[in-house]
Design a protein around this ligand. Structure first.
Ligand SMILES: CCCCC/C=C\C/C=C\C/C=C\C/C=C\CCCC(=O)SCCNC(=O)CCNC(=O)[C@H](O)C(C)(C)COP(=O)(O)OP(=O)(O)OC[C@H]1O[C@@H](n2cnc3c(N)ncnc32)[C@H](O)[C@@H]1OP(=O)(O)O
Length: 161
């Protein structure tokens, strides 16, 4: 690839991260601080672009653009980039539900190759709470037929917070 092609690869495209009707934008930094830069830190960059929402039932959703810098297999997202999104978003879902946690265990099933430069949706749900263990499930998809990944995230509450 020539240098000039590389420049056009990283040109700053505009990306529509708007939510669905009934979703309210969720201000993650106001809840957890500014530390979530790995996935959410560059809203105009070429790695991820992320916007979080909550629905009327307070479930956390996200619109996420996997930019060219998330590439793993040619033209598709690196599995680690998908796992990073799951780690942040599912951990954040626990915080948003009122549980101050860190992620203890994360299982990701990669169901279909995720094309880069695409906006996908993440949905999440708190499925159980037992003592300090909060289980969150989530999936990344673009429509009913196309699920790219599913995540099961065991979060552990941090004592004293
Ligand atoms: C300097 C400290 C800072 C601490 C963090 C402070 C604040 C965080 C603030 C903001 C967070 C910001 C944003 C949040 C949004 C997204 C979050 C991103 C998510 C992450 O990116 S976060 C980084 C990756 N994350 C880690 O870096 C965790 C490293 N790790 C540990 O810090 C410990 O490992 C810990 C705390 C997990 C447990 O340690 P612990 O000593 O407190 O508790 P203990 O071991 O007793 O476990 C209690 C019960 O959980 C079960 N349990 C524990 N771990 C399990 C596992 N893996 N699988 C199955 N079960 C497990 C036990 O079996 C027991 O169950 P039972 O009670 O039934 O026996």
């Amino acid at each position: 690839m020539s240098a000039s092609n590389r420049v056009s690869d990283t040109a700053n495209p505009s990306v529509d991260l708007s939510g669905e009707e009934g979703w309210n934008e969720f201000d993650a930094p106001s809840l957890v601080g500014d530390s979530l830069r790995f996935v959410s830190g560059e809203p105009d960059g070429n790695r991820f672009r992320t916007r979080y929402y909550r629905d009327a039932e307070q479930h956390l959703h996200a619109r996420i653009w996997f930019g060219p810098e998330t590439e793993g297999p040619p033209g598709h997202a690196h599995g680690g980039s998908i796992a990073a999104v799951m780690d942040e978003a599912l951990g954040l879902a626990a915080w948003a539900a009122g549980y101050p946690i860190v992620v203890g265990n994360l299982n990701v099933s990669f169901r279909a190759m995720l094309p880069i430069k695409k906006v996908v949706t993440l949905e999440s749900q708190v499925v159980s709470v037992e003592g300090r263990k909060v289980m969150i499930h989530g999936k990344l998809f673009c429509d009913e037929e196309t699920v790219y990944a599913e995540g099961q995230c065991l979060c552990i509450t941090i004592p004293g917070r």
